[in-house]
Design a protein around this ligand. Structure first.
Ligand SMILES: Cc1cc2nc3c(=O)[nH]c(=O)nc-3n(C[C@H](O)[C@H](O)[C@H](O)COP(=O)(O)O)c2cc1C
Length: 210
């Protein structure tokens, strides 16, 4: 199937079959799509938290707009961003980049100096907004990869980020949750949206040609 057919196939699943799991092989591929996402300056300023543990899912149910999805999905993939940029984090990424490319450390220092000055001129909130935008690109690619594998999913912002941060102790990791994807096996009996037509703006309204 083509990417467009896969994107037409997928929908935001509203109910998953409890006790049905997605294979580790497929989870790994979805994770890999997110890992390969492009990010601004290549910083990858977010991490992907893969939650399979039922006790953790149960703890997150009360903050979820889709409590049944949280409880019954196979895996919850949570995108969590750096709380802010820092000079140290930028250096770590660029040291890794130069090391992997066999270049001397500091090879990109004129660029990273500009980058550090730019992010240093912004508030932590502004930087976190920018970080979150990077995570959403990865989320889109993960959703597309899930569709290609015919793995059911639902992207979600409807959850308590405070609760997720607390339960997963993200503060200790310098992270804050942004958005998540429920992954599992759709239950057609309860997934009320599954049989409905996909609704999108017609192309002529969506595209503005110049
Ligand atoms: C960033 C984002 C957040 C979303 N949050 C939720 C959510 O919290 N709960 C939910 O049921 N659906 C959520 N959705 C799913 C959208 O409602 C759904 O993608 C949209 O209605 C289009 O339908 P489709 O994905 O089934 O084609 C979210 C989608 C995106 C992209």
């Amino acid at each position: 199937m083509s990417l467009l057919e896969d994107l037409n196939w997928r929908h935001a699943v509203k109910a998953f079959k409890p006790n049905e799991t997605v294979s580790q092989e497929n989870i790994d591929k979805i994770v890999e799509a997110a890992r390969l996402a492009p990010t601004s300056s290549g910083l990858q300023p977010f991490r992907l938290l893969v939650v399979e543990d039922q006790d953790i899912k149960n703890k997150l149910v009360k903050g979820a707009l889709n409590p049944e999805c949280m409880q019954e999905c196979s895996h919850v993939l949570i995108f969590a961003g750096w709380k802010d940029y820092s000079e140290q984090k930028i250096d770590e990424v660029y040291d890794m980049t130069t090391d992997k490319r066999g270049l001397p450390r500091g090879r990109f220092s004129s660029y990273t100096d500009q980058l550090k000055a730019y992010v240093g001129s912004k508030s932590a909130e502004e930087n976190f907004e920018h970080i979150a935008r990077q995570a959403y690109i990865a989320m889109g690619l993960a959703l597309a990869q899930a569709a290609e594998l015919k793995v059911d999913s639902c992207p979600a912002e409807g959850f308590s980020t405070d609760l997720v941060d607390e339960v997963l102790e993200l503060d200790k990791l310098g992270l804050k949750s942004i958005a998540l994807i429920y992954v599992g096996v759709a239950d057609p009996e309860r997934d009320w949206v599954g049989s409905m037509a996909k609704v999108r703006l017609p192309t002529e309204d969506f595209v503005i040609n110049y």
